[in-house]
Design a protein around this ligand. Sequence first.
Ligand code: ZN
Length: 249
Amino acid sequence: MFKKVTEDAILPTRGSEYSACVDVFKICSKCNKKKSIDNFPKQKKGKYGVASACLICKRKDFLLWKRTKNGLISTIYNHQKSHSKDKNRPVPSYTKEEFKKWILSNPMFDILYSKWVKSGFKMSEIPSVDRIDDSKGYSFDNIQLMTFKDNNKKAHKMMRDGTLINSHTPVIQYDKDMNFIAEFSSQKEAEEKTGINRKNISKACNCNGRKAGGFYWKIGQLTLLEHKSYLFGIESEDERDGGFGSTGK
Ligand SMILES: [Zn+2]
């Protein structure tokens, strides 16, 4: 016969020498296990000064969160920051929010992220951001997306060939100061009207800071708000930020 193991059976029993220390137990709000409060992360406002979920559950949640887009982006950005400090390099020239916009507006991110999910979150498939010129720090004109390992060659070939974005993707053209110039319903149309090679436009769309024909290019269409601000000069930072770049919905 099996001996029934109760929750109490796993609790530490302490001898009389510990009588001065009273163990406090708490039920974890996630796994419902009764554990001594040392097994809970500290939290000032929580009951007994600890959080409601135990350390193991917190850790599990954290690992799951790291697999979400937001979690991954945050992890990549924090790594860039700490890596720069470790190497005595300047910290990234962009904020986490700016980085998030950059990465979410990059179609490569979606492709790499889906692959990573499909792989069952294999380490080798994690989307990562590398510096193009190793001697320079993290800035939008010096970073590119790739997988941790194998897909990097393939993805780069796609970038080089300009096949990452199909020719029907709408694009927006900006001058060197990021002033709106025109929008096109497809890269093909952009090529026809500007005479700038479609593949170069595609490459410029994929790498922030990269130009084609002397212009910056972004994938997408202007929102109504952006149209208004560009046409009538109504421009607030918030409105501009809410437009292109935030395709992560
Ligand atoms: Zn728990």
